[in-house]
Design a protein around this ligand. Structure first.
Ligand SMILES: [Zn+2]
Length: 196
């Protein structure tokens, strides 16, 4: 089932997510709905707060990035078919130099900005079967995971912009929260004035 994606301005996007356990209600259904919702919106990642749930769960599939011709064949191969569920993730360490990448977010349609993040992360997480992993990722893989991880910490990519950029975006972000945008997937807006 395709779920509405929560738009910028909704308080759920600002909550630090709670850990979940195996007994979380209808977890496998939730995960499959998140995949469906993400693919329908042509995203490469989706975090639970974006569908209104303040829990530490996000999904990533970087396959759409894998045909980027600017990437090395090795990187393309790494991104192709990288499809994972991250539960109760904790980034243990971020290392390397900051590098910019033009990011967007399904909760903030039509806004894209360069964001600086560190090259490499070490992360522990559980998969959908509650198997535990500790892994290191770098490059675009790390980037997508860092963006989704921020969602479960209540952080949005626009928080990382300069104060000038933030000021310039203020009006557009306010319009997004009011639903004054055109978007081709289902969304839920926090500040839509209800008609009678
Ligand atoms: Zn996002």
């Amino acid at each position: 089932m395709i779920l509405p994606i929560v738009a910028y301005g909704d308080p759920v996007l600002r909550k630090v997510g709670e850990d979940i356990d195996k007994d979380y209600p209808k977890l496998s259904e939730l995960i499959s709905n998140m995949w469906e919702t993400m693919y329908n919106a042509s995203g490469v990642g989706l975090a639970a707060p974006q569908i209104g749930l303040p829990i530490r769960l996000f999904v990533v599939d970087t396959t759409p990035f894998s045909d980027d011709e600017d990437l090395s064949p090795e990187e393309q191969k790494q991104l192709n078919g990288f499809k994972k569920v991250f539960i109760n993730a904790q980034i243990e360490e971020e290392t390397g130099a900051d590098w910019p990448f033009n990011e967007g977010c399904l909760s903030i349609p039509d806004v894209r900005e360069d964001v600086n993040r560190k090259e490499q992360i070490r992360i522990t997480y559980l998969d959908e079967n509650f198997e535990e992993y500790q892994e290191t990722y770098d490059g675009l893989l790390a980037r997508v995971i860092q963006h989704e991880y921020d969602h479960i910490e209540g952080i949005l990519f626009t928080d990382k912009l300069s104060s000038l950029k933030k000021r310039l975006l203020k009006g557009r972000l306010a319009n997004i929260s009011k639903g004054k945008i055109s978007v081709d997937y289902r969304m839920r807006f926090p500040n839509v004035k209800k008609g009678r």
